[in-house]
Design a protein around this ligand. Sequence first.
Ligand code: AMP
Length: 285
Amino acid sequence: MIPIAKTIARIREYVAQARAAGKTVGFVPTMGALHAGHASLIEAAARRCDYVVVSIFVNPTQFGPGEDLEKYPRPFEKDVQVCERCGAHAIFAPSAEEMYPRKNSTWVTVEKLTEPLCGRFRPGHFRGVTTVCTKLFNIVGADVAFFGQKDAQQATVIRRMVADLNMPLEIVVCPTVREPDGLAMSSRNQYLSPQERSQAPVIYRALQRCGEMIKAGEQNAAKITEGMSEVLRQVPALQVEYVSIVDAESLEPCDRVRGQVLVAVAARLGSTRLIDNIRVDTTVK
Ligand code: AMP
């Protein structure tokens, strides 16, 4: 059985033992309800590092008022099996009290990069993410941490935080894992009704339309986002938050698609918020 640490002291003991045995340490932070996307991160960590820690923690500070903190799925037993099957060596599953024993006074904030895209629709979200990741990085003390491209803005923000604050770990970003119909895997997909589930792949189809337009030589970002919006309108129930083309590093909007760009969509289907993106490198033919 994979060891499960519920306390900070215990996971530090486990990692200290691994370090004493000369092992490199990989870390995969998650909120649980693990799916094939998470599995790919754990497997990547197991290929790269000798000892892999997965954290399972539904972080309250990254949820806004009225968001899904209470109803967020918590299938712990199943998650333990996924971690074991994918080659993890320890699970860190703290309680909210263990992570936040008192009202938090200290926050880590990354400026600018957290303002556009999801930052506009989820005020305070990235502050919660960067703060909990800092705490988790300090607790686990890994050499490498693994994140998914699915949450592209998050990955960019974390990379920047680690660079700006000289945190002694490497950040690896792994590709988005999708369902066969293109829908990006997400713990929140299980909120979708059968009808919504059948409509949700329209987001990926819109991203594909964007890829086709760029391949055909279109560089005008407004024209491309309009082409994408046309696809998204095929599902009238979809409430689009944003369709944006931004520079992949600065996340600033692009008028022309040139170099490395991030094409990102966020939309609500019923009560479920879905995000997806692709990275396009126009210098690669
Ligand atoms: P979460 O449990 O949603 O906080 O996600 C934990 C990590 O898994 C984050 O780094 C996510 O970007 C990553 N992740 C979530 N969904 C996917 C996916 N479909 N493909 C790849 N990585 C993912």
